[in-house]
Write a new protein. Sequence first.
Length: 370
Amino acid sequence: MEPTIDHRIRQLRLTLPPAGVDALLVMVAENRRYLSGFTGEDTQFDESAGALIITAEKLLLATDSRYELQARREAPDYEVVCYKEGLAKQLPALVERLNISRLGFESVRLTVQQHEKIKEELNKSGNSIRLLPVEDLVETLRIVKDETEVQETRNALRLAESAFTACLPKLRPGTTEKELAWLMEKAMREAGAEALSFPTIVAAGANSALPHAIPGDRAVQPGEPILFDWGARLNGYCSDISRTVIIGKPDSRFEKVFQTVLDAQRFAIDAIRPGASSKAVDKIARDHIDRKGYGGLFGHGLGHGTGLAIHEAPRLSPLKEFRLEAGMVSTVEPGIYVPDWGGVRLENMIVVRDGGAEVLNELDPGRCRI
């Protein structure tokens, strides 16, 4: 077995008894890939490329004919079972063969409809297995990245940054948000990205006060904030970066907002180290923004983990506490959003190291003039 996969499975198996289950049904696509190497993608939420069943001794990957050859190639340590009528129909025979009595399922992924179908098929078969919801068994393992994962993230980030650098010369007055977003997507794809981490955001002027603005037909103009938020997926791993720029000479208002956000980011990054409180790190950035007179204009959390998914633990926010550990990867993205004027967000990616935060970006967040 591939050493990394073997280690992950051994770590997961240790969590099964405390969770009160003797097997885990894995349907979250990122967890499936993390534990098996199988890269099949769910085409939509109510469709599945397959499921893993992991017991203390057995590894099984159930999928359909679309993915059978891919599953056998990518997950050689798993027994691959190809179902013809869906997972629910196949599951009773599988759990009986594997001698499972308490099957944990990822409650974040299994829909009510899927759960009812599985229960119905188990009841029809006379199987007395208990279906038990579990949370974050695999996600908890994914929080701390190994060095291979950090390097994959760094590679995805380098690709995303190169796309931005290539597109900057094309940023001219009159270019629309949609056109700039397409240029960014095209540049990432041409540089080798397998996908975008998420739909690219380009927002100009007052639109940049919308943290998740959708690029439209608005043309960018000199002297206004232009916010970019983008990321590339490479070998499964996501990057995430934001920059805010301006065409021409910034006025004093832009300069103050921009410097406030830049300093908030720097103060927060300086506070990141093993053992630090995620809430405390968020508060450092938020308090600085408040002190500068922008209280209430930074509404989202300071950052989030990335990995095989674009949003993972840990979260840097006022809402949930994490104790940071070496190997955790996170964004640090303070912002100020002023209605009817615009917004500034600056986002770097970091990995927690024993001596503090290592910034993975090469693009200087303090460069704003075009």
